[in-house]
Design a protein around this ligand. Structure first.
Ligand code: ZN
Length: 164
């Protein structure tokens, strides 16, 4: 039943098997739970790797097509050993490229995340820094005005005292 559940979650069951699974999960809680987990996992995978899977698959397909063509062409030529070696090299290279592509994709994702964090940090710092001159611009004239005003009032007080 476990294999059937897995196949069911991948949409790889015959109509009869589908009916069996659906009938079974009505009566078996354990399998119902397992199927729910499988479907959830599948959904998570599709959310996590929608971009990396598709282009790679297409790339793989195109490489395989080229390899097949190459193979067909080479079969007419007597030097088969070179063709096999070449084919192997191409396969190895394409596997390496596929791996690199996936790694690069992940690296790009991480870089984007870090750049995003960096930008928001810079933005936060920027607003703090740009608020400093504003504080200076407001504070300095205010302090000067207060100093002038207090100087003026002290002098006025002294003048009134002298006059009085
Ligand atoms: Zn069961």
């Amino acid at each position: 039943m476990k294999e059937l559940l897995s196949a069911y979650s991948d949409d790889e069951v015959s109509p009869v098997e589908r009916r069996d699974v659906e009938a079974h999960i009505q009566i078996c809680r354990e399998c119902k739970k397992e199927l729910e987990e499988l479907l959830w996992l599948k959904q998570e995978m599709e959310i996590a790797y929608p971009l990396s899977m598709e282009p790679d698959f297409q790339f793989e397909q195109s490489v395989m097509d080229k390899v097949r063509k190459y193979n067909q062409q080479k079969q007419a030529i007597p030097k088969r050993r070179f063709a096999v070696a070449g084919l192997f090299a191409v396969l190895l290279f394409s596997v390496l490229l596929l791996q690199t592509g996936q790694v690069m994709y992940m690296a790009m994702k991480f870089t984007f995340a870090f750049v995003k964090i960096g930008i928001s940090l810079a933005h936060a710092f920027g607003s703090i820094l740009s608020s400093v001159p504003y504080v200076v611009e407001v504070m300095v004239p205010t302090v000067i005005i207060i100093l002038i005003f207090s100087g003026w009032s002290i002098r006025r007080l002294l003048i009134t005292k002298t006059a009085g």
